[in-house]
Design a protein around this ligand. Structure first.
Ligand SMILES: Nc1ncnc2c1ncn2[C@@H]1O[C@H](COP(=O)(O)OP(=O)(O)OP(=O)(O)O)[C@@H](O)[C@H]1O
Length: 195
């Protein structure tokens, strides 16, 4: 039976806080045969694109295209999730072939229900990271407050959670190397324990 995963990183943060930026850097540091970025939004975007005749690859980029459809995607996915809280999580693990990789990097945690699901199914191997950034930094990266998006549950549901394993300010690059060093050490410890 597969022992995968041995560690799961759950990243969250407001829009343009730098989740993709940091999780990409983390994966570049790790052996790509050992780690996989899992985007919970992946199957949402794929299915939404199929159902609405849209370009799936465009929805994945930090583009105006993604922003244009964000509201509709949120409403559609909320309805699915209400029926089954684990629906998109299981679909994402499947889509990114999680069972092949010991290290999972979930880059877009947005809801308390997602945060509750992982320890229920993968106890003791979860490490949560909250990325923060000042509004000024986020604006510089292209963020503008959008009603219906920035005040929606998908953006605010984790705002009052405080018990993250680690919280990092990504307003500038000062804390990133230290974070990546620490996470890489955690991964190596876990992988060494397997041998
Ligand atoms: N520390 C940093 N230094 C320089 N550029 C950064 C930094 N962090 C993020 N960026 C840039 O800011 C932009 C937004 O970052 P990113 O896409 O990682 O945010 P996100 O939190 O994943 O956003 P969203 O929730 O909208 O997908 C990207 O162009 C990224 O390259």
């Amino acid at each position: 039976m597969s022992k995968n995963p041995v560690i799961i990183f759950l990243f969250s943060g407001k829009r343009k806080s730098g989740k993709d930026y940091i999780t990409d850097m983390l994966q570049q540091r790790l052996d790509e045969t050992q780690s996989k970025i899992i985007r919970l939004s992946g199957p949402i975007k794929r299915q939404f694109a199929t159902d609405n005749g849209l370009d799936y690859s465009h929805l994945l980029t930090a583009s105006d295209y993604k922003e244009k459809y964000r509201l509709d995607m949120i409403a559609w996915s909320e309805a699915k999730r209400t029926q089954d809280t684990g629906f998109f999580i299981r679909a994402a693990i499947d889509m990114y072939e999680g069972s092949k990789y010991p290290i999972w990097i979930v880059s877009d945690m947005r809801r308390q229900s997602d945060l509750a699901w992982f320890p229920q199914h993968y106890d003791n191997i979860i490490y949560t990271v909250r990325i923060t950034a000042s509004e000024a930094a986020r604006k510089q990266r292209g963020w503008t407050f959008t009603s219906g998006v920035d005040d929606a549950e998908s953006e605010c549901d984790l705002d009052n959670i405080t018990d993250w394993n680690q919280e990092v300010d990504n307003s500038n690059c000062s804390g990133i190397v230290e974070l990546l060093d620490h996470l890489t050490t955690l991964c190596n410890d876990k992988l060494n324990n397997l041998q």
